[in-house]
Write a protein that binds this ligand. Structure first.
Ligand code: FAD
Length: 455
């Protein structure tokens, strides 16, 4: 069937998956090149913040957990200067004025070029792949993130909302600070995490079938469908599960064979973590659609964004006016692909946060997501922490674009400082991670097919 036009949101049709895959054949190579340009490869991040929720001593001593820093000579001074100039506190009545859409709309803590404590990292020197980080430390982090998924309108949450609206961007340090019962948390976590069983007969089901076979039916079995969750809670779960699955795909696609010391795709890893859990894979596609929708929505704003880095010469990285020109062409190409016909109906932000309870649910969603960005400070492996923080920030930026900003806010003339450089960098690198995961799924299908032929 190949390309088909999307006919609804990602839950209700498998057609969209094929559309995403087809789009990804063009999108992935473009993004893969885009993220090598200086604007996109340099990210400032503070990897030394303390875990605010529990004592974390699971530091990964494995050298694969280490992070390579960037060369400070490659960092244009204008990034820092611009970030500094953007740090303005909004006040009531500021609306419509440049810089006013700051902080209160953020779904996560934004790492910032002006941050004194952060360090610049060259993302291209730090591939997301197997590091050996595992065990209790990693499980505690994932559990805490899934436990952030409680949405409800209890009295406690109503009072939380009234506090939130009076205290603006300050976030709760209570991990589950929304007044939900423990039993609700437990049932949601079982839905999220209790699916690790697999038997040999299950092995390559959906993950290796052609997309048109089985995808739709497997989707119906996804743990979320029957649980009566509100749409916002589903979105929260799918975003997290999709991020988790994408990280797992990267681990399996670049796995270190500890006996030979070679990096290679690990089919067993992919089968046990992904192929036997179709809903996890479907959540990666969900993230792709969500991010693409956000990029498409902000395209006019992003088109006007200054991504040039010349005249900083840089040492060894592509730099200069010619490079700026090529980067801009690539950027426009990615924006056009994201805004193409195929994706426009994939995710409709208008379906969420619309009812009477919308302000409460949105505040809760934001609080949870901000907590996720703080939980990232509990990841005991620097490289995992780097990509975890970046991707939470990228998704947070997408959520902000989709749920917080109206068309007026997205007008580059009215609101030129809407997104900080670090948010743009996080958004596109996160889209690249997800797009790379989708490309890796296709590679694993080929690897699996080859093993079947051999038998
Ligand atoms: P885990 O992946 O730890 O999963 C724990 C449980 O969650 C599973 O048993 C299952 O019940 C459930 N689960 C798993 N996947 C999903 C899903 N997609 N949706 C819903 N539920 C699910 N390791 C690296 O080698 N490289 C990295 O770059 C890396 N980055 C990380 C970033 C973060 C933020 C975190 C928290 C961990 C990272 N890790 C990384 C560790 C890695 O994610 C795993 O925790 C580790 O490989 C151990 O895997 P596991 O098989 O025990 O299951």
């Amino acid at each position: 069937e190949g390309y088909c036009s999307p006919s609804g949101p990602i839950e209700s049709t498998h057609c969209l998956y094929e559309t995403v895959e087809t789009l990804n054949h063009q999108l992935f190579p473009s993004l893969h090149d885009l993220v090598t340009y200086p604007f996109f490869r340099h990210y400032k991040v503070d990897l030394h913040k303390e875990c605010p929720f529990w004592y974390e001593n699971g530091f990964c001593m494995n050298r694969n957990c280490g992070v390579e820093e960037a060369n400070e000579d490659d960092i244009p001074e204008k990034w820092r200067a611009r970030a500094l100039s953007e740090v303005r506190v909004s006040s009531p009545g500021d609306e419509g004025v440049s810089g006013c859409y700051f902080k209160e709309q953020d779904f996560c803590y934004v790492e910032d070029d002006a941050d004194q404590n952060g360090q610049y990292v060259d993302l291209t020197l730090n591939p997301e792949r197997f590091t050996g980080y595992a065990g209790d430390s990693a499980h505690n982090v994932w559990r805490a993130i899934y436990e952030e998924n409680c949405f409800g309108l209890s009295e406690a949450s109503l009072s939380e909302l009234s506090k939130a609206s009076s205290s603006s961007a300050s976030s709760s340090s209570n991990i589950n600070g929304n007044g939900m019962k423990k039993s609700d948390i437990a049932s949601a976590v079982v839905g999220a995490g209790g699916i690790s069983k697999s038997s040999p007969s299950d092995i390559p089901t959906w993950g290796f079938s052609k997309l048109s076979e089985g995808w739709g039916t497997e989707m119906v079995k996804a743990p979320l469908e029957g649980e009566g969750m509100c749409e916002e809670k589903k979105v929260y779960y799918r975003v997290i599960s999709g991020l988790h699955a994408s990280i797992s795909i990267h681990i399996c696609a670049e796995y270190l064979d500890q006996t030979t010391g070679e990096w290679a795709p690990n089919l067993e890893c992919f089968i046990s973590r992904l192929a036997t859990h179709p809903e996890r894979l479907s959540n990666v596609y969900f993230n792709a659609v969500l991010l693409l929708r956000a990029v498409a929505r902000a395209a006019p704003y992003l088109q006007a964004y200054d991504i040039a880095t010349a005249p900083t010469l840089g040492s060894g990285v592509k730099a200069g006016r010619e490079s700026d020109k090529l980067a801009k062409e690539r950027f426009d190409q990615v924006l056009n692909l994201a805004g193409g016909d195929g994706m426009s109906k994939g995710f409709d932000e208008g379906d969420f946060f619309m009812g009477e309870d919308a302000p409460i649910l949105k505040e809760q969603f934001k609080t949870h997501f901000r907590n996720v960005s703080r939980i990232m400070d509990c990841v005991g492996c620097d490289k995992c922490r780097l990509w975890g923080k970046l991707q939470v920030s990228g998704i947070g930026t997408a959520l902000k674009i989709l749920f917080e900003l109206d068309d007026k806010a997205l007008d580059p003339k009215i609101n030129p400082d809407l997104l900080q450089r670090s948010e743009v960098v996080a958004l596109f690198n996160t889209l690249h991670r997800i797009s790379e995961s989708l490309a890796a799924v296709e590679e694993f299908r080929k690897i699996y097919a080859a093993t079947q032929e051999e038998e």
